[in-house]
Design a protein around this ligand. Structure first.
Ligand code: FDA
Length: 415
């Protein structure tokens, strides 16, 4: 068996015995569109099964989002990966793929390649070295599986008769199976496009309206007036949106709020709706304030609050929610009101920072049109959709890559 090689530019090298050519058209068993996390994994698995696989991407480099992920160290999975950490119109859809290629399977692959890693927090696994090691691992596996990777290929048309025909600016390809792995809409300046959604629509697959997920929230009016001067202040909170609650860090920004707690809650926040923030998790703020009034009646409220909150936030909360008096002169009602606010600060975000800052895309190709076992489109024989293009979105913490690996594996087994 000849091995595939990995071109840097538009040229191509044959995989398993090379493509069959007729009238300028190259034939493969499987064409995978998108050499990101999901596409690389699906191509690898299909190649391992002996399929002749072509992997196409319009970018000049594969796995660009892997390279920038996790601050350059790639949070490649989560040891606690369970289906309820994924958002989808069908909350059971991810279960099958996640069970058939688990986080433990991916960790075993990382170990096989001798990549050192560590758990940062909450089961999140990161490379000790660089995210590039994960891309190199995937490329090595694809190469060993004979995958023909071609970069800088712009797809100009996709059609289906007895086989799929994929027209590009570097020639036309035909395949029995087409795997759509071109991701979602987040970070357009890195090459994200609505391509998967457009192709899906063309084949009659329904789309769950996409929206930015894992994204900073923006505010206006008096909320922003309070937040803007606090830009850079971070603290542990519990952020709640809908029925979800995230005990993690929050960060004030010039436009509103960010940090892991807010990014997580943003995926559950409904535009126009409220969210709440517990600024003193695990403590009863009202009891603390009433005891402080008795114990330190001469103290200024901002000094008291600074025992529990970052100083700038303590000052701002005292100035905006209490009259300018010492603790002993404040009525219990005012302290109780502040206590209630610290426990459950109700906010109405104006919006999000959009796809430019979103780590992921919520929504996408409706799972109702796909097999949860193989990721195949039930009404379009030979078409598969994987990764972020699908209406399955993970929490922050390595879940989205695990979805890319698991859904890619499922399609690679069947395509
Ligand atoms: P992905 O976007 O990775 O790949 C799609 C591929 O398709 C790209 O190579 C693109 O060039 C190509 N493509 C797009 N349109 C095309 C077209 N028209 N023609 C040809 N090719 C086309 N997740 C996680 O679990 N842990 C983490 O640490 C992080 N960190 C992180 C940081 C940042 C800044 C972002 C933006 C995102 C993360 N994520 C993450 C999320 C994670 O990156 C994301 O869920 C996966 O990359 C999705 O994998 P896919 O392969 O589906 O799409």
């Amino acid at each position: 068996r000849r091995r595939g090689r990995h071109p840097r530019g538009g040229g191509g090298w044959p995989g398993h015995g090379g493509p069959e050519r007729s009238r300028g058209v190259s034939d493969f068993d499987v064409v995978v569109l998108g050499a990101g996390a999901a596409g690389l994994f699906a191509a690898m698995r299909a190649g391992q099964r002996g399929r002749r696989v072509l992997l196409l991407d319009h970018a000049e480099e594969p796995g660009k989002k892997i390279l920038i992920s996790g601050g350059g160290r790639c949070n490649f999975t989560n040891t606690g990966c369970v289906p309820d950490r994924f958002i989808s119109a069908n909350r059971h859809f991810a279960r099958s793929a996640l069970a058939r290629f688990t986080q433990h399977d991916f960790i075993a692959l990382v170990r096989k390649h001798g990549i050192a890693f560590h758990e940062k927090t909450l089961g999140q696994l990161f490379c000790d070295g660089s995210a590039r090691q994960i891309v190199q691992m995937l490329l090595a596996e694809c190469e060993a599986a004979g995958v023909d990777l071609r970069l800088r290929h712009r797809v100009t048309d996709v059609a289906r008769a007895d086989r799929f025909t994929i027209a590009t600016d570097h020639g036309t390809f035909r395949a029995e199976s087409l795997v759509l792995a071109t991701g979602g809409l987040s970070i357009p300046k890195m090459g994200a496009t609505g391509f998967a959604h457009d192709v899906a629509r063309r084949f009659g697959l329904p789309i769950v309206t996409p929206a930015p997920g894992l994204v900073p929230l923006t505010f206006d009016g008096s909320a922003l007036d309070l937040m803007r001067p606090l830009a850079g202040v971070a603290l542990p909170v519990v952020a709640r949106a809908g029925r979800a609650a995230f005990p993690e860090a929050m960060l004030f920004t010039h436009r509103g709020l960010s940090g892991p707690a807010i990014l997580q809650a943003s995926s559950y926040w409904q535009p126009g709706g409220p969210m709440t923030i517990d600024l003193l998790p695990g403590q009863d703020a009202t009891t603390l304030l009433l005891s402080a009034k008795r114990a330190r009646p001469k103290a200024e409220p901002r000094t008291i609050l600074a025992d529990w909150l970052p100083q700038r936030l303590a000052q701002s909360m005292a100035a905006s929610h209490l009259p300018p008096r010492i603790m002993g002169e404040l009525g219990d009602a005012a302290l109780k009101a502040l206590g209630a606010l610290l426990r459950s600060w109700r906010l109405e975000p104006a919006g999000t920072e959009g796809y430019a800052k979103a780590e992921v895309t919520l929504g996408g190709i409706d799972t109702a049109a796909l097999s949860s076992k193989t990721m195949a489109a039930t009404a379009v024989p030979g078409l598969f959709v994987i990764g972020e293009a699908v209406d399955v979105t993970g929490w922050l913490g390595g879940y989205n890559f695990q979805w890319a690996w698991s859904s890619g594996w499922a399609a690679g087994e069947a395509a």
